[in-house]
Design a protein around this ligand. Sequence first.
Ligand code: NAP
Ligand code: HSE
Length: 427
Amino acid sequence: MHIQIGLLGCGTVGGGVIELLHKRKQKIAELTGVQASIKKVLIRDLHKEREVLLDGETLTTDAEDILNDPDITIIIETIGGIEPARSLILQAIAQKKHVITANKDLIALHGSEIIEAAKEANVDVYYEAAVGGAIPLIRPLKESLTANVITEIKGIINGTTNFILSKMTATGADFTEVLDEAQQLGYAEADPSSDVDGLDAARKLTILSTIAFHTKVKLSDVRVTGIREVKADDVRYANELGYVIKLLATGTETDDTLSLCVAPTLIPKDHPLAHVSDAYNALYVRGDASGDLMFFGRGAGSLPTASAVLGDAIDVFRNLTHRVTGLQDSSYLSEKPVVPDKAAAQPFYLRFSVQDRTGVFAKIAGLFGEHDINMETVMQKRICDGSAEIIIITHEVVPTNIDRLRKALEQLESVIAVHLVMPVERA
Ligand code: NAP
Ligand code: HSE
C-alpha cells in the first residue's frame, strides 16, 4: 500500500519528521507493508533556507493544495499555536484525512472538539508528541495502564525550563542568559514565554490529567507559576540547603477531587528527579495496581519529537492496512472538581527582603505563628544597603495558607519585598 502524507510545518519538528521518515522508509515498509512518503509540505516562507534535505516533497504556502489533494490520506500538523492549526485539522478531518499533531496548545484547549470530530468522521487522531517529546506517555496512560486507578502524576515536562535551570545550577547564570541557547537548540516554543511562564507545562499537565484521571481538565484549573522569578541567588541558596530547583508539574486525585499545579520546586539532591537535567523530561505515575512508574527521556528537540510523531504515523499505517481507523475512546468519563484547598500540605521555600534592624524578625516570626506555620530552616543573608534577605523553609502547609502568609508578609512595613515562594518536595 502506498500512503501519502501532507506535512503542515517544516521547522524543528516538521524537519525532523522529514529526516526520520527518509531514514526509516525501508524499515516501515518491511514492518507494515506501507510505502510512505510526504507529498506536500505547508510553510509560510518559500524563500527561507532550510536545513532539512527535501527529497521530492513539494513546498506550498497554500493549505488547500494539501487539504484538497485526494491522494493525501494523512496530515501531520507541526505548525503549532491555535490558528490556523485548529481550522486546518478540522478541515482535514472533514475531508476524512487522519491527523497526527505535536501541538499541545491545541490539544489542551480544543482536544475534545478535535477528538469528537474525528469520531464522527471515523478517522484517527494521535498526539503522542504533544507531551514529553520522545517519551511515550499518552499511549501508556491511555492503553497500558487503563486497568489502574491513577492517583498521582508528577514530573518535569518542559525541556526548555529544565535546560535553563540545569545551566543556572551548573554555571550560576541568570535565566535570561541561558534562554537564547535553549531557543537555538530548538527546545523553546515560538513564543518562549510559554515555556518560561509555565504555560507549556500547564498545557501538557492538562492533557495528561484528562487522560490519567478520566476527567475534563481545563487549562484554567492548573495553578501555574513559571521560572521568571527564580534568580541565580535562589539556585545558590537551594544548593546550600541541599536542593536543586526544577519546574515540577503535579496532578493529584483525592476523594474524587483534583489538584493541579505547575511550579518551580525545591527537590532534594538525592531525589531521582534532581538528576533529570538539560532538556530531559521525567514523569512519575502512581497506579493502584502498577505501583510507581517513572518515564524518562528527551522531552524536546527535532529527532526526539519526530520519533513520537512517526510512531503515531506508523500506527495509522497499520490501522489503514487493517481497516480499523477511527477507534477513539471517550476522552473522559466525568468532570471531577478541582479543589486547590485539597492540595496536599507540603513544605515551602520563601525568600524575602526586610529592613535590617532590631525587632523585625520577631514580627515575622509572629506572622508565621498567627498562620500556624512552623519554620523548619531559617537563613539570613545581609545585603550592604541596610536590608537583609531571609530564606525560610517551612514545615508542611497547604498552598492556600502559604498564599495568605505571603499577603500578610507583603503588608508588613518592615518587609521590603517577597521575592519568591515555592514548594519543596520531600525526599
Ligand atoms: P517551528 O520550528 O517554529 O516550526 C513551525 C513551522 O510551521 C515552520 O516551518 C513554519 O513555516 C510553519 N508555520 C507556522 N505558521 C504557519 C502558518 N500560519 N502557515 C503555514 N506554515 C506555518 O516550531 P516547532 O518547534 O517545530 O514546533 C511545532 C509544534 O510542535 C508546536 O506545536 C510545538 O509546541 C510542538 N512541539 C515542539 C517540540 C520541540 O522540541 N520544538 C517538541 C514537542 C512538540 P516557516 O518555516 O516558513 O516559518
Ligand atoms: N518547548 C517545549 C519544551 C517543547 O521545552 O518542553 C517540547 O514540548
